[in-house]
Design a protein around this ligand. Structure first.
Ligand SMILES: [Zn+2]
Length: 299
């Protein structure tokens, strides 16, 4: 494809191109696919995210509040609890929550470590593979597909959406979550406060979405967006002077504060207030991750 557009930044030998052909910003060139396969099948959780499983376990009550919000939206729009496929299911805790709520759950996870954990420790139905046309041929159709923190990592996000479309039942729902990069807080930090563009991280993050470009890609792939929101704008701590970049302890403290904020809202029965607040952030382009639900429409 003849990718072209404004260069937003450069790092690790890659440019980040605001590509007018693809419709979203991405690394240029894309790294070699064999490098990507190696990272996610062998090294990701041991080298890139060594404390990931331990921290998931510690933070599980907070994760479950967030997972419940996604399942609530799916159940409201499907009118039932059905079957769900989680692409890039990681340790499996999203699916575990689904099983506990009565969903029929399947996962695809390329990492050996993470998929083994989800199968052996959580007892889930997870396939240790990448989600592609070949690997999904015989797995049937689903009411819902979830993919959290996946599309930013791969060189062919539209292909993944096409494969998802093919694996959803009629009127099925796709839920996507990706980082919200080049967001207004990040640009203030970079342009006015002297921060580097720390979110630019090829070859790990290859694609960089905002709400508009994510929705456009979904529409291009025959999904009608039916609900969109964001997660807590964690970069607000940087603007308040807490420079957690490259400081894992401080990063953990900021994460704990945002968890506490959300857990207190939950405990007070004010999840609606939280949801309305984050929907308003979303209107302003603010929020650390984008979450969009799209319904399958005919191609
Ligand atoms: Zn492109």
């Amino acid at each position: 494809m003849d990718c072209t557009g404004k260069i937003l930044g450069s790092k690790n030998g890659f440019d980040i191109l605001e590509c007018t052909v693809c419709g979203y910003a991405h690394s240029f060139p894309y790294p070699d696919p064999s490098l990507i396969e190696k990272v996610y099948s062998e090294e990701y959780y041991s080298d890139v995210k060594p404390d990931y499983i331990k921290r998931m376990e510690e933070d599980l009550d907070w994760w479950n509040i967030n997972y419940d919000q996604r399942y609530d939206i799916l159940e409201d729009n499907l009118g039932k609890r059905g079957s769900i496929l989680d692409v890039g299911s990681g340790t499996g805790y999203f699916l575990k929550r689904g099983v506990d709520r009565g969903w029929d759950c399947t996962g695809f996870e390329p990492s050996k470590d993470a998929s083994q954990y989800s199968i052996q420790t959580l007892g889930l139905n997870v396939i240790n593979d990448f989600f592609n046309e070949e690997s999904v041929r015989d797995i049937g159709l689903f009411d819902a597909i979830h993919m959290s923190q996946v599309l930013e990592h791969i060189p062919n996000p539209k292909e993944l959406l096409h494969n998802s479309w093919a694996k959803l039942k009629e009127n099925g729902i796709l839920c996507i979550s990706v980082p919200n990069d080049y967001n207004p807080f990040q640009l203030i930090l970079r342009d006015s406060m002297g921060y580097p563009a720390w979110w630019e991280s090829p070859p790990h993050h290859l694609n960089y979405f905002n709400m508009e470009s994510l929705k456009k890609m979904m529409i291009d792939c025959f999904f009608k967006p039916i609900k969109s929101t964001v997660t807590f704008p964690i970069d607000i701590f940087l603007m308040m002077g807490k420079n957690y970049i490259d400081d894992d302890d401080l990063g953990r403290q900021c994460h704990n504060m945002r968890m506490e904020f959300e857990k207190q809202l939950n405990k007070a029965g004010k999840n609606n207030l939280k949801n309305n607040l984050y929907d308003s952030f979303s209107e302003l382009g603010i929020g650390r991750e984008l979450i969009v639900f799209g319904r399958k429409i005919s191609a």
